[in-house]
Write a protein that binds this ligand. Sequence first.
Ligand code: URP
Ligand code: ZN
Ligand code: ZN
Length: 467
Amino acid sequence: MGLLIKGGEVITADARPRCDIYIENETVTSIGQALDVPPGTETIDATGKLVFPGFIDPHVHIHLPFMATFAKDTHATASKAALIGGTTTFIEMCCPSRYDDAIEGYQTWKQKAEGNSACDYAFHMAVTRYDAATEAQLRAIVKDGTASFKVFLAYKDFFGVTDEELLSTLKLAAELGVITTAHCENAVLVSQQQRKLLAEGKTGPEWHEPSRPEMVEAEGTGRFAAFLEQTGATGYVVHLSCEPALRAAVDAKLRGVKLHVESVLPHFLLDKTYAERDGVEGMKYVMSPPLRAPRNQCALWAALDAGLIDTVGTDHCPFDTAQKLMGAEAFTQIPNGIPGIEDRVNLMYTYGVKLGGLNIHRFVDALSTRPSKLFGLFPRKGTIAVGADADLVVYDTEYRGKIAASTQQTNNDYNGFEGFAIEGRPSVVTVRGKVQVRDGQFVGEPGRGRMLRREPMHGPQGAAHAG
Ligand code: URP
Ligand code: ZN
Ligand code: ZN
């Protein structure tokens, strides 16, 4: 049976018509004024509401063995949280460590997700070691539809790669037409600074930021860009947090390097004073790159609106209070990460679009269309068009509420945005035509999500025109 979404203002990356959307067999089959639909069609009245394409979170961690523990969410909890917040597709970092077998790790991640996610999903495959056997496995993983890599220039001896391994990864990526995402911090400078601070008795969470200062991230970003330039590969900096790193990225873009930039929700709204709070309250805000001095937020918002920051993800990575306390004696032992998958859309809408610093089409572009284009999901995902998957968000701009851990779906005992006001939230969310959320409640099919297989699209012909 079909579904009609009637009378909403449909907002895509480049248009805002008021029209009806008709869905059959999981896809949008017609768009227009006063559509004539079969009798008995289920109708959602979107009058007075906005209708967005389902949002895509290009950077999440769900299953993650990291810093002697595991991130808290399961695919069931994280996907419901995503949907309640308007995210209908996420791309998870598949992160075996450098001591694990890549293909075994890939199978583990796939098995954990399969049948358990309520929304659609894909993976970025982390390359945490490079040798002949791993290279053969990476080729098979790309053939299986995982057409993006992830490298860490930080987290030496666990996820981190050497410069030689980075070079080999990018050569392979260029050959296969795969985009490589990168965590850009200089691992050597971070470890040296961590040792120095601890030796001086500086053990609290407030020392996390000074242990990985802005220049350390700028160096990583610049180095990644130089390696891209040498290899001709296409790259994507994840969770860029500060102005010097942004300058390094923009400088590379101006040189013609095929480099795209993601910033993540916490860096737009939180600053390093949160990590300076006493005890575990500060530990809750330890992530890498760290929360920065407030002046960086102006640069991030301006660059986002101008399109120099391509996408906004979350780096969703929940650890609870007990896990954060593993670092009570030393900030280097605090599991890095903060949740955000449930709140990205509402917070970026409220503090970006509503406050006036973010154009509404750029908002849709950065949170849906551009991730879709960059990661090979377009036009199936990331827009509202005939033939696209019917992943839709009917958005109630009249809603007023506050972020609270007590009402969240995310499996965690705190929310880093506790008490933040939101002005708007999804009233209906569909995944391939099925209503999964109504007014903040999950009402759908828990295992509906499918793995999205993607073709490499960053080959020498420059097939991806994401900009
Ligand atoms: O602090 C963070 N970002 N935790 C998750 C792992 C990563 O670096 O993305
Ligand atoms: Zn990272
Ligand atoms: Zn991450």
